[in-house]
Design a protein around this ligand. Structure first.
Ligand SMILES: O=C(O)CCC(=O)C(=O)O
Ligand SMILES: [Fe+2]
Length: 357
């Protein structure tokens, strides 16, 4: 039997995208972050101006109802985003021999790859991963793993490294602001969570989804939840990202809005919040005509951080902890290894740490 795409890419029938796209009324919540451009985030006990309190309330509702939202007026200069998108498009357009110069493998965990599998099905995509700080956030200095987390930069386009690094610095600033807003939504001091990010293991990815001859059989990125704290995603003007709506389990398309970001809370926020917030499942559909690029920034704590429900939110009588503690570095490594070998069962997930009710 002849396949239009190789069998490795073909999704089981129940996971193939439906031909019609559901769009929520207004889509995922859209939050205007402009109050952050005018007022500092109130620290311990400080009263917030009404515009800030209203924004915090919107973030709270979005995290609770969707786990996803879009933001505008976020303070990241648009030219930084334009530059990294252009650098990504320039890089992925290079001949394969050139891209393979910076290919990832077991000893070099950052760089280019076109063979990633999610839930054991190959994704119709190419990626480039990099970090923007010392690899100590990922592994003990001096170990093989530490060296495996060194960046590999391509020679072309010439502006690639600078565009990536400059953008990452700005995205990192936005990530801390979002982290502080999330702390406020949980009734905690704004900087309560910042300490987990000394030696952070955040990384950035450039995603490229080429046109696909069989978009009804394959996915650009299979359904998954982001494992870290939060993701700041820039998408170009080609749609494809679907979010699973918490209320009814429907896949909802996220329409691209120029100069906006899609934000989602990851598994760690789900555990910290003791399930007040949920890390939503999402996936990427492809199409037969246009390539799509996206740029996620994965905001993650240091590898040695122990993840567990925040003690301020736990009361052993009325709201006991729903998760056992786990080590972030171990969790992350197990996830990353599953891109190379195919485990028989499901990849590591936070429900494996859930306590019996
Ligand atoms: O490309 C997208 O829109 C989403 C990418 C994503 O979910 C991921 O890389 O984890
Ligand atoms: Fe994701």
């Amino acid at each position: 039997m002849a396949f239009v795409v190789e069998p490795a890419f073909i999704q089981a029938p129940e996971h193939r995208p439906k031909p019609t796209i559901t769009e929520a009324a207004g889509g995922i919540p859209l939050i205007d972050l402009s109050p952050l451009l005018h007022y500092p985030i109130p620290v311990d006990g400080g009263a917030a101006p009404p515009a800030v309190s209203a924004m915090v309330a919107e973030v709270e509702a979005a995290c609770r109802e969707w786990g996803f939202f879009q933001v505008i007026n976020h303070g990241v200069p648009s030219e930084l985003l334009d530059n990294i998108m252009a650098a990504a498009k320039g890089f992925f357009a290079l001949p394969m021999e050139e891209k393979r110069q910076v290919k990832r493998d077991k000893a070099k965990l950052l760089g280019y790859d076109d063979t990633e599998h999610t839930k054991n099905v190959r994704d119709w995509k190419e990626v480039f991963d990099f970090i923007f700080q010392d690899p100590a956030g990922f592994a003990e200095p001096g170990t093989d793993e530490y060296y495996a987390f060194k960046n590999q930069w391509p020679k072309y386009p010439p502006s690639f490294k600078e565009a990536c690094e400059t953008y990452a610095t700005a995205a990192n600033e936005l990530a801390f602001k979002l982290l502080e807003l999330i702390a406020l939504t949980l009734g905690l001091p704004a900087k309560r969570l910042n300490g987990f990010f000394k030696d952070q293991s955040s990384f950035m990815r450039l995603n490229y989804y080429p046109p696909c001859p069989s978009p009804h059989l394959a996915l650009g990125l299979n359904r998954h939840k982001d494992a870290g704290v939060l993701t700041i995603l820039a998408q170009d003007d080609v749609e494809g990202l679907d979010v699973k709506r918490r209320s009814d389990g429907e896949w909802i398309r996220v329409k691209p809005i120029p100069n906006s970001y899609v934000i989602n809370v990851g598994d760690i926020v789900q555990v910290w919040s003791n399930d007040k917030y949920e890390s939503a499942e999402h996936r990427v559909c492809v199409n037969s005509e246009k390539a799509r690029c996206s740029v996620p920034f994965f905001f993650n704590p240091a590898h040695y951080v122990t993840v567990q429900p925040l003690e301020e939110l736990i009361d052993e009588k009325n709201s006991p902890a729903k998760y056992n503690a786990y080590n972030w570095g171990e969790f992350f490594k197990t996830r990353k290894n599953s891109n190379f070998k195919k485990p028989g069962g499901e990849n590591i997930q936070i429900y494996h740490f859930k306590k019996a009710e």
